[in-house]
Design a binder for this molecule. Structure first.
Ligand SMILES: Nc1nc2c(ncn2[C@@H]2O[C@H](COP(=O)(O)OP(=O)(O)O)[C@@H](O)[C@H]2O)c(=O)[nH]1
Ligand SMILES: [Mg+2]
Length: 267
């Protein structure tokens, strides 16, 4: 099965663009699929639209009455995903602002099935790129990626900040089983959770890969919800937590994961 995760906040303009393309791509892949959306306290017609779509395709909605932010929404999506999926399934998470084209899902899924745990749709892989990104945003994004490469290097990875990614079902179950409520700790810090997930998978020895991806920012209808000041603060907090010499994530999580793996291996 392919399980698609969509965090949605006030996306009534974008959903009518995205959902038919998603349905078309997924139904052409020859396996079962499901779309799990977190409607995070949207104040527009998102909920009504999603309920309508759920009559035409397999859509499950997690509804937050209050806007709780991307961190808490990601937590809920990944926790629910870990309950739904079985061995062999692939989970794909994308934005629903119509900048992440579903046509890239098959190559993400294929790469996961080659044996990767996390596959990132990469603007910086050969053949990838971006359209409609203004100079300021492109600069911020470059800085974020450079920052990640320096402080949280993952061999072979060029794209750190794009949230369009595939995950192997077993690795999601492992992550939720191991981290529990700490899978996403930096909840109030906006889009930091996209990077935190990467770091959390890195710490449990995930195998990362990339596939080329063209970001269609030119198709963006809704305003961006990324608050760069909060996200920057989040990066700094995460860097401190990770590299902190007295029990920082880098050493403490790795050690705990080794113990956890050893005890889980026992009959
Ligand atoms: N659940 C949830 N989703 C959000 C929130 N803010 C943004 N999103 C979703 O997260 C994705 C990324 O947001 P977006 O505005 O596209 O950011 P950008 O692409 O970086 O400009 C989109 O699918 C949004 O609908 C939020 O507070 N809660
Ligand atoms: Mg987006």
């Amino acid at each position: 099965m392919i399980l698609v995760l969509l965090p949605a906040y006030n996306e009534e303009e974008s959903l009518p663009q995205l959902m038919p393309k998603l349905q078309q791509t997924l139904s052409g892949m020859g396996e079962e699929f499901k779309i799990l959306v977190c409607n995070d306290g949207s104040k527009d017609g998102t909920q009504a639209m999603l309920e309508e779509y759920s009559k035409q395709m397999p859509v499950e909605i997690i509804r937050h009455k209050i806007n709780r932010g991307l961190g808490e929404s990601s937590r809920d999506l990944f926790e629910r995903a870990s309950e739904i999926v079985q061995s062999g399934d692939v989970v794909v998470r994308l934005d629903c602002d119509d900048t992440h084209e579903p046509e890239f899902i098959p190559s993400i899924v294929a790469k996961i099935r080659e044996g990767y745990d996390v596959v990132i749709a990469s603007r910086f892989a050969p053949g990838g790129g971006q359209m409609g990104v203004n100079g300021y945003r492109a600069f911020i994004s470059r800085c974020a990626n450079l920052f990640m490469k320096v402080f949280f290097p993952i061999p072979g990875l060029k794209e750190y900040s794009c949230g369009f990614r595939g995950y192997r079902a077993e690795k999601i179950k492992e992550a939720i089983g191991f981290y529990g409520n700490n899978f996403i700790q930096l909840k109030g810090l906006g889009f930091t959770c996209t990077l935190e997930k990467l770091v959390k998978f890195k710490l449990i020895n995930a195998k990362f890969g990339e596939v080329p991806f063209l970001l269609r920012y030119d198709q963006k209808q809704s305003a961006s919800k990324m608050v760069s000041s909060i996200t920057t603060l989040g990066y700094l907090v995460m860097t401190l937590l990770y590299h902190w010499p007295w029990g920082g994530w880098r050493t403490s999580i790795k050690n705990r994961h080794m113990d956890w793996t050893a005890s889980n291996d026992k009959p």
